[in-house]
Design a protein around this ligand. Structure first.
Ligand SMILES: [Zn+2]
Length: 452
């Protein structure tokens, strides 16, 4: 691999609020950041003097930061974008999302995943935790491998006959065996970028036996667990009715808690549950667009953070957003707490940390900051394009990133130092409109067949 030397950027390292270097440099060798600034310049000179190849990227006027990490995504739902609006969670799942997912075959799922991954890369996201769907999960991993993104995913676990449609349900043992089959095939492949997680959909869709089995196997194998929790008041009531416990307390009881667990949403919690999240080190994935669109509620992010609970960012699925855009989620994450708690509730720095270093740490990734030894997942922003200027009323870049920039400012995205998206360049990962149209037609046809 030819070393990459990014020079003259405003380097936003994300290790601490003051870690911002104007005219900074980053050297990447074999996918790893090996030197910064003066050291990087010296090392680049040595490489050039030795007559070895070196890719130079003059980033004058551009901002370089770690790629965004989104800790809750549904790639399988990218083709379900722009479905019905104005529904609450459970009817929305039953009428649009579950029938749509059940209609996937390998081909449509791969198109869906490619569409989602392309959107993520073009918006500066370099790593995700994906929920997967029940069947055909190899298609998600194939698309992930082709994209170059750092993807952790798995087959969504849904085994309870009382709560799941028949066509989107797999038995307990078979569900868990499928995770193991996927792990043998994909876990640690693509230079470690692809990983398998246990993804019980949510407590409502899983039997107690499945949740306990997934929790035990994840612990034994050192895998992440990814699920939804306490997104909606009706969901919390349903879990209470089924188990006699509140949702987060019940998940803790079956073993789904700890630093390897990411719970999406976590809006409706009581004091005991918050204490559990903090004590166990469980991560909350905050998805503000989805929470607003489905009227689920507002996640108490500043309160969680004050209690020591790690909070990260995710766009959730395309049909409840309807975009997979870290900028949108950061902007809302920053604005929402201000209404409740005042303008100082959550700073732009805090929010960019949640979308980079905190996300990487939750997913146990060697990324999320620009430091030597980290894998080089990078994002180049152009503050001069679009309408983010002026950015010079303040010394730090965090406010502009959160409040005035959007994905149109993304110039390039790198994973392991390899360019995976460049603005204006051909981007074959993104399916054509004809491919998307044909895949959606196939989904609609199969939905009708399944209804009969
Ligand atoms: Zn979700």
């Amino acid at each position: 691999m030819i070393p990459l030397f990014v020079e003259n950027a405003l380097v936003v390292g994300m290790t601490k609020v003051s870690d911002v270097t104007a005219g900074g440099h980053v050297l990447v060798e074999d996918g790893v950041i090996t030197a910064l600034h003066g050291d990087a310049e010296r090392r680049a000179r040595e490489i050039a003097a030795a007559g070895q190849p070196l890719e130079r990227l003059d980033a004058r006027g551009l901002w370089l930061l770690p790629g965004f990490v989104q800790t809750h995504i549904h790639l399988c739902q990218a083709l379900l974008r722009n479905g019905p609006d104005d529904l609450p969670l459970l009817p929305w799942l039953r009428t649009h999302v579950w029938p749509g997912e059940a209609a996937h075959d390998e081909a449509t799922l791969e198109i869906s995943a490619r569409l989602g991954l392309a959107e993520l890369l073009a918006g500066g996201t370099t790593a995700i935790l994906d929920m997967g769907t029940v069947r055909h999960t190899d298609a998600v991993f194939r698309a992930a491998e082709a994209s170059g993104l750092r993807v952790t995913s798995g087959n969504a676990l849904m085994d309870d006959p009382a709560t799941n449609p028949e066509n989107l349900r797999v038995g307990t043992a078979e569900s868990l065996e499928e995770v193991e089959r996927l792990a043998k095939k994909w876990h640690g492949t693509a230079d470690g970028k692809l990983r398998v997680a246990y993804c019980p959909r949510f407590a409502v869709s899983c039997t107690d036996r499945l949740l306990r089995g997934a929790a035990a196997r994840a612990r034994a194998n050192g895998f992440l667990v990814h699920t939804h929790a306490s997104e909606n008041a009706d969901e919390v009531a349903l879990v209470m009715q089924r188990t006699g416990k509140r949702n987060v307390a019940y998940l803790d009881d079956v073993g789904i808690s700890g630093s390897h667990v990411v719970l999406a949403h976590v809006i409706h919690t009581d004091g005991a549950e918050r204490a559990l999240l903090a004590a166990r080190g469980t991560t909350v994935a905050h998805c503000p667009s989805s929470n607003l669109k489905l009227a689920s509620g507002i996640c108490p992010v500043p309160e969680y953070r004050a209690q020591g609970i790690r909070v990260t960012i995710g766009a959730d699925g395309a049909p409840c957003n309807d975009r997979l855009d870290a900028f949108t989620e950061m902007r809302l994450a920053a604005l929402l707490p201000k209404v409740r708690l005042g303008p100082g509730a959550l700073s732009a720095w805090d929010v960019v940390r949640m979308a980079t270093a905190e996300g990487a740490s939750a997913l146990r990734l060697p990324t999320g900051t620009l430091e030597t030894g980290r894998r080089a997942d990078l994002l180049l922003l152009d503050p001069g394009s679009g309408f983010a200027e002026p950015t010079t009323w303040r010394d730090d870049p965090y406010g502009p990133i959160v409040y005035s920039m959007d994905r149109s400012h993304v110039v390039a995205t790198f994973v392991d130092g390899i360019s995976r998206y460049r603005r204006g360049a051909s981007f074959p990962l993104k399916p054509s409109s004809a491919e998307i149209g044909a895949a959606v037609a196939a989904l609609k046809r199969r939905r009708l067949e399944q209804k009969r």
